[in-house]
Every structure is written in C-alpha cells, then in structure tokens.
Design a protein around this ligand. Structure first.
Ligand code: GCB
Length: 659
C-alpha cells in the first residue's frame, strides 16, 4: 500500500504543466518630474516579532487595526535593513515566521487633488502583507523584487496615516528559494527550525526603500525599450512601447499620444519622435554613442536620457517620465557572445548583497564602495548570485559599464513540482519586467546549482528557459550548473552554459596540482556535450584574512592566491578555444551564511573582506583583469598596478609594459 502511494505521488510529480503566471504591471522606478512627486518612508519603524509557534496571531487579533505598540512592546527598527543582526538577541537573528513593522506618516492635503498615490516597496523578504490605516493594501510573495499598489482611496489627506507590514521569512518546498521547516526537540521542549541548502544567511525584513509617489490620473504606467545599432555602430535605434493607466486612456482610445526626446550626457537633444496611436515607435539616433562595458572603450557606460511626455488628444500635457537608457546590441552563437559586434570575454565575480549589521538591506555607501572596488580591480561583469539586486545597483552598473548576468532567486532548486514551477516562472517574469531596460543586463540566469540530474529537471527547465525567452529574446539564457556534465538534463535548453566547480577545495582539498587540467577538461566536456559558449561561473577557496602559511595551505591567503593562478592558467588555455567566454571568481566579498562547522563566521571566499578591504589575492586578480582588458581591448593601465621592485635592467620590469 505504502509503495502504491509512493508510486502515485511520483507519477503526479512527474506531470508538470506549463501554466500561465500572473503578469507584473507598472513599477517604473519612482522618480520626480513636473507631474510626479516622490516621498520616502525610509527611517526608523516600530517592530515586533510574532511568537514562533503562533505566526498568524497578529492577523487573527488584528494588530494592523491600531499602533503595534498597543498589541506588544515594540523596538525601533531601521528601514531598509535586514532585522536579523540589528539587536543582540539570538532569537531575533534566527527567528522563523512573521514579524511586524509599522510607522506613521503624513500625506499633504495637496495630494488629494486630481492625482493618484502609489505605495511601492523595493523589496521585502520573503512574503509581505501591507495595511494602510488598517485596510489591506497589498500582498506580495518573492524576496528581492519590487511591488506596488495604488493607495489613493485609503489615505487620509492633510492628516496622519499608519502603514503596517507583516513580513514572513518562512521558506518551504514551494517557495523560491526552497527551504524546509521542521519542529525539533530542544532542551526545554520543541523549537521550529528553518533549514535550507543554499549557502547564504536567510536575511529578512524590509530590505529596500519604501516610497509613496504620485502620478496624474492618466499616467505612463510602463515603458519597454529595446535598442539596436547599425552594423558600424554609427546609428542607434530605440524601439519603445508605452503603456498607460487611467480613465483618459479608456475614454479616448487612440487619441492619446506621447512625445519623446532623447538627450545625450551633455543635455543636448539628439533625437525626438511622436508616438503612433498605440504609443509605440522608434527613435533614430545619428552619431550614436554606444553603451560599452568598462575598459572596452574609453567612454564606457554611456547613458542617454529618454524624456517621455504623455499628451491628451487636445495636446494637454498629462504626464512626464524620464528613463536612462543605453544604446547597445547583443548577439551570440554557439561559440561567441558579442556586444556592439565585438566579442566579449567576461571577467568578474559572483557576489552577494551582504554586509555587517544591515545584512541585505540597501546601503548606498556600501554600493558605491563596491563599484569603486570593481573598477579598481578591472572587472567588467558580475552575476547577481543568487537573487535580483537592488534597482539602485542596476542603475550604477549601467553608468559604470559593468555587465550583469541577472539571476532570479532560484537556488539549489530540487523536487521539481507544479507549484514551484509557477513561482519560479513568476520570479523571472518579475525580474525581467523590472530589469529589461537596463543596458548592463546582458544575460538572464534562470537558476543557480539546480539539481538538474533529477527526474523532471528536463521538462521543468525546458519550460523555464522557454518562458524566459518568450519574455525577452534580446538576451541569452544561462544557469550556473554544478552537477557533473554527464548527469545534466538542463543545458540543452540554455544559450550559454555556466558551471561552478571547486577544484582543490571541495574536491581534492589542498591539491593545487589538481586544478588546471581538471578545469580545462571540464570546460571542454561541457562544450562537447552542448556545443555552446562556456563560462566558469564559480571557483575559489575560503580564505581567512591575515592567515599566512607558506607553503600554501588551505584557508591561507597564499592558498587563495595560488588557486587563482592555477585557474588563470586553465582559462588562458581555454581562451584559445573561442567558445570559452568568461571567468567569475567566487566571491567578491566574504558574506554571512547559516551556522556550520565549514564556515568561520560565514563564507570566506571573498577577494575582499566583509568590510570591503582587499585580501592578498585581490592584487593578483587585479593584475590579471587589467592584463586581459589590455590584451583584448587595448585599455590603458592604472599607474599603481605594479609596485617598483628594483632597477635591475630588462630582466626585472616593473611597469605596465611588463604585461
Ligand atoms: C556554490 C554555490 C555558492 C556557495 C559556494 C561555496 O557552488 O553556488 O552559493 O557559496 O558554492 O562557497 O560553497
């Protein structure tokens, strides 16, 4: 009987159907204009934790009907930030289930007239329930992605308002990412444990900014652009589709139109157009300045400003929205990836949004520092491992010419099932909707280390990859795979194969003599299996800053430096085969993980410490990344790249020509 049930379950699990998923609307990044105002609700909120064994009590008891402090004693909590590391309490750090936030705010009387008001969250991990003045306003599931709702009719104008947020961090088998919740006996009774296989701390809370913003009654709800360049890159094309929302849109179909003007960096108008009745069209940009990656061109990250003015049939100005855009074109084959017709070799990192105290909370100072370090080290790309990063960081990447492999929050995906598939697709839909206008985004990563040898992985990834393509055909699709190439069932649905492997670390620990050939052999094997471009998307070694051991020994700075060098040798052999198109170190900086005896305060594979200072290997990596940039794109070298050693003639060189 038991066997029969098991077989039945297995059969049910095998049938995965490709169902529709809900479509995102709106969510343009909130910016001010002649017709829009933006107010931040960031700051110190009131915070309370539910009892772990009673996570829905607050809903049943209506905690949202009054100030939270009326239900429970509250503590101050910064927004944006993860709540886990703010206090000194282990119980809050490791809390599983719901927590509550609230705060008061005023809305100006002027906002009640002739406009609409929207509430927007940059991200809440993992699930959010929001009330305004006790009325349910919006619910959203999926960390690291924005959501918004109209609140025009539930606000008090010229008066005080209260916003209440319940956030649930529980991860189960049908969330993205997956986790497991179990009840385990402890010394005093039982406790609820959240477990997950992924290797970063499940930070939670209101992670990114909260905004209120106004729009006119009829407004620009969405803009989708795609860009192209003529073969010689001298002329650029911007295809646009504008969606509008509002009563004027419904009444006067076809009568509304948009005027678009494109400005260059100097503020000079370089193109303009009036849309067709469907609010779509094309701008042609003569003497285009293409968007180039960092070090690939003397002027990387060139951004234009697209000004969109929405007009009523009688020419009245309804709404103005400005969007930064870059002109570039991508193409790929089974052996190449090009940008603006030039082959690209990726050199960069897997990263995390992670830092002391604030966890995964948006921190502008940290973000600016990280981009300075990326430029200092000469990287041209990173993967948003293992979830979408802040919109502010996407804007930074655009401006700095840093290419992004944009990853959805699916990590260590397993036990493929129908509910999971729908959420996985929804995470990609939300991600692509949010990020499709960024020139920095050059590839979609649909998963990290999915268990692609399992039954069902084949159908599952066929659906996920094809769904991604149906949303955006202008960028290739990849996934970072770690199962052995022979067992993988997903690669054939990808455009580019990325693989993660830890030679001399997880396998053959300490054996630096077992790296180079293995990396070469594995890359060749992936290429032979799928005949697609290959990237090594993770390699590295945990390294305790300040630990020096000569000869190199695991965990020491010497070992990280040596292991990098062994990989570089493999990459150089592979680069001769044109299909090997990139190397990504794991990780940019040390980051926090769950507790484990393999982790000393977290994962220490950072090239930078968690405080964003270089380890010894950073200097080596910097010399390599600049050497690659110089060889491939003839960039000039930073003056401080080589330290003076000795004036001993031609045998010891110490300047850029040494490369
Ligand atoms: C991996 C994972 C990454 C881990 C890393 C490690 O393969 O993709 O999330 O942090 O290995 O250091 O174990």
């Amino acid at each position: 009987m038991v066997t029969a049930l098991y077989v039945l379950n297995l059969t049910l699990a095998l049938i995965i159907v490709n169902k529709e998923v809900p479509t995102s609307r709106g969510m343009l990044y909130p910016t001010e204009s002649e017709t829009r105002e933006v107010r931040s609700l960031d700051g110190i909120w009131n915070f309370v934790r539910s009892d772990q064994n009673n996570p829905t009590q607050g809903i049943r008891d209506g905690w949202f009907n009054a100030d939270l402090s009326k239900s429970r004693p509250t503590i101050p909590m910064p927004v944006p930030a993860s709540y886990n590391d703010i206090t000194t309490e282990q119980s809050l750090r490791d809390h599983v289930g719901t927590v509550w936030y609230d705060r008061k705010f005023f809305v100006p009387r002027s906002w009640s007239q002739n406009q609409r008001v929207w509430l927007r969250f940059g991200s809440v991990h993992y699930e959010a329930f929001v009330w305004i003045n006790g009325q349910s306003a919006v619910k959203h599931e999926m960390g690291h992605l924005p959501f918004e709702t109209e609140v025009t009719h539930i606000l008090n104008y010229g008066a005080e308002n209260r916003i209440t947020v319940m956030c649930d961090n529980a991860l189960i088998q049908t969330t993205v990412p997956q986790g497991k919740i179990s009840e385990v006996a402890n010394d005093g009774g039982v406790t609820i444990i959240q477990s997950y296989t992924f290797d970063f701390f499940n930070y939670a809370g209101i992670h990114r900014s909260v905004h209120l913003y106004t729009t006119p009654k009829t407004f620009i709800e969405d803009v989708e652009i795609s860009t192209n360049l003529a073969d010689d890159n001298s002329v650029g094309y911007v295809d646009y589709v504008i969606s509008i929302n509002g009563s004027a849109a419904n009444e006067a179909d076809n009568a509304i139109y948009a005027k678009l003007q494109l400005y260059n960096r100097e503020g000079v108008q370089v193109a303009n157009a009036t849309s067709d009745a469907k609010l779509s069209g094309r701008l042609k940009v003569e003497q285009a300045k293409p968007w180039w990656p960092y070090l690939m061109h003397p002027e990387p990250g060139y951004m234009y400003e697209l000004e969109i003015k929405l007009h009523a049939a009688n020419a009245e100005l309804l709404d103005v929205y400005r969007l930064s855009i870059g002109l570039r074109t991508l193409s790929w084959t089974n052996a190449t990836f090009t940008i603006n017709g030039k082959p690209v070799y990726f050199r960069g990192f897997g990263r995390h949004e992670d830092s002391d105290i604030r966890g995964k909370g948006l921190d502008n100072a940290l973000m600016a520092r990280d981009f300075n370090l990326i430029q200092w080290i000469g990287a041209n790309a990173y993967r948003t491992s293992h979830y979408p990063y802040s919109e502010e960081s996407m804007q930074f990447a655009d401006k700095h010419g840093i290419m992004i492999i944009d990853e959805c929050p699916s990590v260590d995906t397993e036990n493929f099932n129908q509910a999971l598939l729908s959420k996985h697709k929804s995470s990609l839909e939300q991600l692509i909707h949010r990020d499709r206008n960024h020139p920095s985004v050059v590839m979609w990563s649909i998963a990290n280390e999915p268990r692609t040898s399992q039954t069902n992985a084949d159908t599952y990834f066929q659906f996920v990859a094809n769904f991604t393509r149906s949303l955006d055909r202008t960028r290739p699709v990849t996934a970072a795979i770690a199962v052995p190439h022979a067992d993988d069932k997903a690669g054939r649905y990808l455009d580019i194969i990325s693989f993660n492997r830890y030679n001399a670390w997880y396998s053959n620990t300490g054996r630096l003599d077992m790296v180079t050939q293995r990396v070469i052999d594995e890359a060749i094997a992936w290429n032979q299996k799928y005949d697609k471009p290959i990237i090594m998307s993770e390699y590295g070694a945990d390294t305790l800053e300040g630990l020096h051991l000569q000869p190199a020994f695991v965990w020491s700075e010497e070992f990280q430096t040596e292991i990098f060098a062994r990989h570089f040798k493999a990459f150089d052999a592979l680069r001769r085969k044109k299909w090997f198109i990139g190397e990504f170190v794991w990780n940019f900086a040390d980051f926090k993980t769950g507790q484990s005896y393999t982790r000393v305060g977290g994962n220490k594979k950072g090239v930078f410490t968690r405080a964003r200072q270089p380890k010894a290997a950073a200097h080596l990596l910097r010399r390599r990344y600049f050497a690659l940039a110089r060889e491939l794109d003839q960039c000039s070298m930073p003056e401080d790249l080589f330290t003076y050693i000795a004036d001993v003639g031609a045998s010891v060189k110490h300047d850029a020509t040494d490369l």
